[in-house]
Design a protein around this ligand. Sequence first.
Ligand code: NI
Length: 195
Amino acid sequence: MSVRPIRITGDPVLHTRAAPVTSWDDSLQELLIDMVDTMRAAPGVGLAAPQIGVSQQVFVWEWTDDEGVFHQGAVINPTLKIGPRHRGKPDPDLDLEGCLSVPDLRFPLGRSDRVVLGGITPQGNPVQISAQGWLARIFQHEYDHLQGNLYIDRLRFRDKREARADIRDNGWGAPGNSWLPGVDDFESDHEAEEA
Ligand code: NI
C-alpha cells in the first residue's frame, strides 16, 4: 500500500486516452489499493489511474452526500451514458469543480445532472450505477480523465483563459510535474471535493 505522486496537467499521461484493462491480476488489485490510498491522502472524492501515471481504464471514488450517505466504488473499463447536458451559465458556487491534477484551482463547469455508469468491478463482475447530482459529476470528471480530458478543457472561454494563465504562473503545463499528498502543501485547506 502506498500513496503515489499525483501527476499535474501537462504530463502526457493525463492527455492521452487510457488503455482498457485486459487482465484481472495482482497488479490490478495493487493499483486499486494505491489509488484509494492516494485519493484519501489528497484528499479527493475520486481518482483516475492516469493521475498516478498509469494509463489504464480504472477509476475510484469515495464521497458522502448531503444526507450522509457514503458512496464508494471502483470501476474498470467504464462506459458512461450522459443525460441531458447542462444548459445556460454554470452556477459560480454550486458548479465549482476542481481536479487533483490541477491542484488548488476551481472553476465553474456545467455538467449533466444524471448519468449511468457501466463497467466491470475489481472482482470481474459487470456493474451499472445510476447517479445524480455531485456523484454524476464525479463520474463525468473521472470518465473524462480516462479519455485524456481534464475539466479545464471543458470550461467557458474566459475561464479557460484564466485557467491557462494560472497553470502557466505555477510553472505547470509541461511534462514532469507532480505532487505528493501528505508532503506537498496542496488541497489541505479545501473540503475534499476534488477529483
Ligand atoms: Ni481530476
